[in-house]
Design a protein. Sequence first.
Length: 501
Amino acid sequence: MELDAQQCFDALRARDRRFDGRFFVGVSSTGVYCRPICAVRTPRRENCHFFPSAAAADKAGFRPCLRCRPELAPGWGLPDIPGRLAQAAALLIEQGFLDHADTEQLAARVGVSARHLRRLFRAEYGVSMLELAQTQRLLLAKQCLAQTALPVSEVALACGFRSLRRFHAVLAQRWGLSAQRIRRGAPAHGQAALDLVLPYRPPLAWSAWLEQARAQALPGVERVDGERYARTLRLPGPDGPCDGWLQARDDASGCCLRIRASVSLAPAVSLLLARLRRMFDLGASPATVDARLGELARGQPGLRVPCAPDGFETLVRALLRREGAGASAVLACFAQRFAPSPQAGAFDGAPDGLHALFPCAEDLAGADEAALLACGMSLGGARALSGAATRVRDGRLDLQPWAPLEPTLRALQALAGMDQATPQWVAMQALGWPDAFPEHDPALQRAAGCADAASLLDRAQAWRPWRAYAAMHLARHAAAPASPRAVAGGPAQSSLQEIRS
């Protein structure tokens, strides 16, 4: 990936948060690499070296800054990197794939030869897949040491190091640091939960995110309390599933989300962080998106494309859009009939009201259509859900951001009972594809004042390649008449009239 050195230096001098995570600067006079928003005095231009990734700076011999902490930089959105195969591989590496497999298996996972993937990866990131994986492990360990009271041995194993000795050796060799030095100022031992920080590029429409979460919250699994969101979840860990809970709140002054999670999720901390970034769409670049959407985004800048922590849950919720006002009752019935039993102590210390897990594909794959119909689901929706659950359980359908877009869409569309809009919602939210657009969704057609899918699709051409974000704005406008402000012709209503015209 080519970087314009002068543009990078200008962004560094301005400490422009729009560029946070888009590049890193290595300072030859100190041997340290930083985020472009680092609060230290701006180094001299001749001492600055710019890198497209933390791994590239690490490979060049720089160590991470202990002040701005490069491990906290926001990630990339899928459209930011032309090589989607390289991005798919990077997402898998971020979630610890190479901790238990090799690059040949990684290439097979994304559907190309290892040689081709190595070439694409180096062109996009400037490093090899193994080098990125090693830097990712180190940065994750640095974050855990600085933010949690987990013992160093647990941090090393959770972050993919096979032994504590190996972790100490790599840390000293690569960065000249010790775990004790990184841990200065970390929480005291005996901490009852993991406290983590997930930065983002501002603005973030947190109130809008909470509004949607509140409307769709499943009792026992999710809870929105004031400005905080909490839920339970199950993650695959190295020694089996990890059940637990998390709570998130926005720290607008620090441009980050503050996450508190149960210690039971510590063995899957790398996967937890990766899924939270996707769940809250923290890799988005709202300034770029909002500029493309124009009037559509004026009333709610920084709106993200939310998703569930698991792709199958996203599919279930997308299918239930077809049920209209009855979706909440169907979800509640699912939770009562099919939810798995949580592990003992998984919800210790959880916010009030959290006591159940969302049903996974394995739980629903064995359910017959009659059981789904008894929950209030339509016949088409029941058939689509049953078929999808079986395929996800058997590994024939993958609903994660690294899954190939077109084959996954075709597999969803081929399911008996599947409608035309749901696969696009899944592509938006589970696959993380920002140009997906459910033009067949009647609510979006009404919100845009379009008579049919063809006219809505024609209007959406102006929003490419960010049509998924346009869909989220239209969905909000579709609900706007329910609010007194919108009915009275407030900003949301007037903006919608301008869009329609």
